[in-house]
Design a protein around this ligand. Structure first.
Ligand code: SF4
Length: 234
């Protein structure tokens, strides 16, 4: 296993829960707005975090920490992800998984009924499910896999959300509405504020995020299809 980042305690990465956050290296996307460039492109320059050190920290704060958030990078590209999740479940911890939805086969295995491996899953929806997706992810990707992941998650019975970073140069109001339509009936949709500080594509670092009012207007449009649409980071 290869872990390249650890936040000991977070109140932000899992709504309503206190979590420890575990960062896995590499990603199969190159989103221009990604703010984890080193983890995606040069993870070997980051210090490796030993699982034993994570266990020691969590075991000392078991009464305080509800669970772990496994994020990246893209966690599902690692063949040992299931073992890592089982490791934390054996410690009686809740597990949230963040994913970009490119691996429906892995999601299907993890979300098998009664497997009880995942307590919450957050899947990124980067753009409308058309050519715009390639612009938002920096690569030509198989959209059928993204659509399949959406279906698997919505049918899983596990608690979940879809989430979108609202990048001003990539998404407008009509596109947010189209995206909400593609996940109509979902339990939760989160529109997240764009943070330009460390984007993978340096050209985005000078782009101002949308004002709060504009993102709230987008959320109002999305609510027609996903009533529990929220905004984050505004
Ligand atoms: S934003 Fe997420 S999916 Fe996109 S490159 Fe970064 S880690 Fe990968």
């Amino acid at each position: 296993m290869d872990i390249r980042g650890f936040i000991e305690t977070s109140f932000l990465d899992w709504d309503g829960k206190i979590s420890s956050v575990i960062f896995l290296p590499h990603c199969n996307f190159k989103c221009p707005f990604c703010d984890n460039g080193l983890l995606v492109e040069n993870p070997e320059t980051l210090p490796e975090v030993k699982l034993e050190a994570i266990d020691n920290f969590i075991n000392q704060r078991k009464d305080f920490i509800d669970g772990v958030v496994i994020t990246g990078g893209e966690p599902t590209i690692h063949p040992w992800l299931t073992d890592l999740i089982k490791h934390f479940k054996a410690m009686d911890l809740l597990v949230k998984l963040d994913t970009n939805g490119t691996n429906p086969r892995v999601l299907s295995e993890l979300l098998t009924p009664n497997s009880e491996l995942i307590d919450y899953i957050a899947m990124d929806l980067k753009a409308p499910l058309n050519d715009k997706y390639y612009e938002a992810t920096g690569l030509k990707t198989d959209l059928n896999k993204i659509k399949e992941s959406i279906k698997i998650i919505m049918a899983s019975g596990v608690d979940y959300e879809f989430r979108t970073t609202v990048v001003p140069t990539i998404l407008d109001e009509a596109e947010i509405e189209e995206m909400a339509k593609s996940i109509a009936g979902a339990k939760k949709y989160a529109l997240q504020q764009f943070v330009p500080d460390h984007t993978l594509d340096e050209r985005l670092r000078v782009i101002a995020p949308h004002p709060k009012e504009k993102i709230e207007k987008m959320a109002a449009l999305a609510k027609k299809y996903v009533p529990k649409t929220i905004v984050r980071g505004v």
